[in-house]
Design a protein around this ligand. Structure first.
Ligand code: GDP
Length: 516
């Protein structure tokens, strides 16, 4: 069949499940992936030469197969999803029995939930003396994960990755979940799937690990991966074996592409080179348009969300909440939960204490959500990622302002909503008292730019102590429009005087946006 063609029900054959392992750091994700890989009954016949590629498939004793994505962690999972790729059928959530549910466990739960992917809980390190898996069950319950032994539907297996206890049971649970999901694909069509990872190899040129999701990939096929294309010169599985064909759910390394595509990008086999060029050019053009559109402020998750709500395609305002203390996070969750009407509701995808991280931004991007920041800031990397990806971070320090603001997004669908664009940071080096003006801060801009009249937040020891506007911006004696990174300037703040040496000033501009 041609690429993109719909498959008839009758063409669909069962395919192996694709599994991602997630959980808190040090709970045993890597150890479990290793142990499962060694449990592979086919590994021995391959002579034990294993390639390290970003995904591998194991043959299980009952004759079935399972594919594991070997990039543990929700960041990779959600980063792929934010590019529109859904590769994972289910998540194995690893929780160490001696440590219990930890912040990244909760993050993983919420990332899986936002992606609508079922979970299987693997309570790991069960070999350790004195561990209590019941505590883990109770802790999971607090996050609305109800395991089977407590009357729920989430399968749960007690395992030891290092002592290889119950790995067969875990594989059985995966097989059962796969049966419930009734995973199928049509092997008799042109291949299509997702790039899992890629690199430029000195000897072999561009190398991409791809997961075949539909159809069968054949050696010699002409494929487009992201905006790159080429003829599949060679194809290897995770055991280093040369393959002529790769069926659905099999991860393979392919050689022969013109360049290195990105993880999460789609690949597709096409009929000839002309078609490959055409698709490649189309994708290059789209990528250029997207980056220039993203450069135009106001294009991103917020405008997308407003547009989708307005068109009736999205029935919720999705938010990721980060707060300074647990009490605030909870209060915001409760307040947001009460918002909504018959048409649109508010859905909190993830709520946690701490700085905004890249993983929060990935989640927001993948789910078309906005980030609500209560008395917390974003890490520099997270802020840059948010800017690049057009993810909207909304900062607050008063709880009712959170609900007022979010309510606007669905109450008045056509009304513009304020969006914040980060400008820069400045540091107060000196404070001067000036008659009739008040206190003036002698500052140095430490990042980005500061502009006349911009919005400011005063941070003392990382806590927001004031939010308002700049009233004057001067270099020496002159009023100026803008001061850039590295330069010194004088600033005063509208109706505000409590400034000290060492305070940090975050500067931003707001603009009103409407649905894209
Ligand atoms: P990751 O950060 O989640 O990938 O965790 P690792 O797989 O690196 O494991 C973290 C530590 O826990 C390592 O020292 C492992 O040896 C240990 N570990 C992992 N699984 C088990 C287990 O089942 N039992 C015990 N006793 N230790 C384990």
């Amino acid at each position: 069949g041609l690429e993109g063609a719909a498959d008839e029900d009758t063409d669909l054959q069962p395919r192996p499940p694709v599994v991602t392992i997630m959980g808190h750091v040090d709970h045993g994700k890597t150890s479990l992936l290793d142990a499962l890989r060694k449990a592979d009954v086919a590994a021995h016949e391959a002579g034990g030469i294993t390639q390290h590629i970003g995904a591998y498939q194991v043959a299980v004793p009952d004759g079935g197969k399972v594919t594991f994505i070997d990039t543990p962690g929700h960041a990779a999972f959600t980063a792929m999803r934010s590019r529109g790729a859904q590769v994972t059928d289910m998540v194995v959530l690893v929780v160490a029995a001696d440590d219990g549910v930890m912040p990244q466990t909760v993050e993983a739960i919420n990332h899986a939930r936002a992606a609508n992917v079922p979970l299987i809980v693997a309570v790991n390190k069960i070999d350790k003396p004195g561990v209590n898996p019941d505590r883990v069950r109770q802790e999971l319950l607090q996050h609305e994960i109800v395991v089977e032994s407590l009357g729920g539907e989430t399968q749960e297996i007690e395992v030891s990755a290092t002592k290889k206890i119950n790995l067969d049971k875990l594989l059985e649970a995966i097989a059962l979940q796969a049966e419930i999901l009734d995973l199928r694909a049509n092997p008799a069509r042109a291949a299509e799937g997702t790039v899992i990872e890629s690199k430029l190899d000195r000897g072999r040129g561009p190398v991409a690990t791809v997961l075949v999701q539909k159809g069968t990939l054949k050696q010699g096929d002409i494929v487009v991966a992201g905006a790159e294309w080429g003829r599949v010169r060679a194809m290897l599985d995770d055991k280093g074996r040369q393959l002529k064909e790769a069926p659905p759910s099999l991860p393979v390394e392919i050689l022969g592409l013109s360049g290195v595509p990105s993880a999460g990008e789609n690949f597709v086999a096409v009929e000839d080179e002309a078609r490959a060029r055409e698709i490649s050019e189309f994708r290059q053009r789209k990528a250029r348009e997207k980056s220039s559109a993203a450069a135009v402020a106001g294009r991103g998750t917020l405008t997308d969300m407003l547009a989708r709500i307005q068109a009736g395609e999205q029935k919720e305002v999705a938010v990721v909440v980060k707060a300074d203390v647990q009490g605030s996070a909870e209060a915001i969750g409760v307040t947001l939960g009460k918002l909504g009407n018959e048409e649109v509701r508010v859905r909190v995808l993830h709520s946690a204490v701490g700085q905004i991280t890249e993983s929060d931004i990935q989640l927001a991007k993948a789910s078309n959500a906005v980030v609500v920041a209560f008395n917390v800031r974003a890490t520099t990397q997270a802020r840059e990622l948010a800017q690049r990806e057009g993810v909207d971070i909304r900062y607050y320090s008063i709880i009712y302002e959170v609900s007022d603001d979010i309510e606007k997004m669905f109450k008045s669908k056509l009304a513009p909503v304020a969006r914040e664009n980060f400008l820069g940071y400045a540091q107060i080096l000196q404070v001067f008292e000036v008659k009739r003006v008040g206190n003036v801060a002698g500052c140095r801009v430490t990042e980005g730019v500061v502009r006349r009249g911009c919005g400011v937040r005063l941070l003392r020891d990382g806590v927001v102590i004031h939010q308002g506007e700049l009233s004057t911006l001067r270099r020496f004696k002159d009023d100026v429009k803008e001061v850039t990174n590295g330069y010194e300037c004088g600033m005063s703040f509208a109706n505000y005087n409590d400034i000290r040496v060492g305070d940090q000033i975050e500067c931003y501009e707001t603009e009103m946006v409407t649905a894209a």
